[in-house]
Design a protein around this ligand. Structure first.
Ligand code: CA
Length: 227
């Protein structure tokens, strides 16, 4: 599940991002309304967390713009004010829910889950490549109908590879989407985790799905689709 967080306050943004990543969500952060709109247009998100007070344009405008561009991703609005008027305006602008700052992280998480569940009814959450399948809601993986036991990091990495199936995924992309921002991309942590995944996913079968593109990164693909 990929979440876009549009929030200019660095401390709050990193607090939310860290917490959500611990829950296996992939989180991108935009620190202005402009960047948020642009990012939401080029990437598919399952949820957008949008701060009301932004340096360039306010959250309400951003939300209206998103809806005008036919981006119907659920929006959870963050507001520092507790005025009923702000909440009503947020919902009128096309937000699906709102949360007043300061909030407990668990409350944010509960609302994120609720919005994703609501969306889950009309959106497939099963990703499939050959006989490998993951369910983004339960975060369970199966290969050839056999369950695969993954750690949360392994799951997040696999989900990212599957979301980008049949495309080259570079180490930079992985470090940006699956690891924290302070992650040192010169370490071999990614390769180590790719090896863990290979052992769990590819080694028990003859058909390899995870391929190394030397010097570039990795591709997860069904070998049957090769020309
Ligand atoms: Ca703000």
């Amino acid at each position: 599940m990929r979440i876009l967080l549009i929030e200019d306050e660095t401390k709050i943004a990193s607090f939310i991002r860290r917490g959500l990543r611990e829950e296996h969500y992939t989180v991108d952060v935009a620190d202005t309304g402009e960047k948020g709109l642009y990012t939401a247009e080029i990437n598919p998100y399952d949820l957008i967390i949008l701060d009301l007070m932004l340096p360039d344009r306010d959250g309400l405008t951003v939300c209206r713009e998103l809806r005008k561009k036919q981006i119907n991703t659920p929006v959870l609005m963050l507001t520092a004010r507790n005025a009923v008027r702000d909440k009503v305006s947020g919902l009128d602008a096309g937000a699906d829910d709102y949360l007043t700052k300061p909030f407990a992280f668990n409350e944010l998480l509960a609302r994120v889950r609720a919005l994703l569940r609501r969306q889950g009814t009309n959106k497939t959450t099963i990703l499939k490549v050959a006989d490998l399948e993951i369910n983004q809601l339960t975060q369970k993986a199966h290969r050839n109908s056999k369950p695969i036991n993954l750690t949360s990091k392994e799951y997040a990495l696999l989900e990212f590879l599957m979301l980008n199936a049949n495309q080259l995924v570079t180490r930079t992309m992985i470090s940006e989407h699956v690891w924290q921002e302070d992650f040192d991309s010169f370490t071999n942590v990614i390769d180590v985790y790719i090896n863990y995944l290979r052992k769990k996913i590819d080694q028990p079968t003859a058909k390899k799905l995870i391929h190394t593109i030397r010097g570039s990164g990795y591709i997860l693909k069904d070998p049957a689709t090769e020309p």
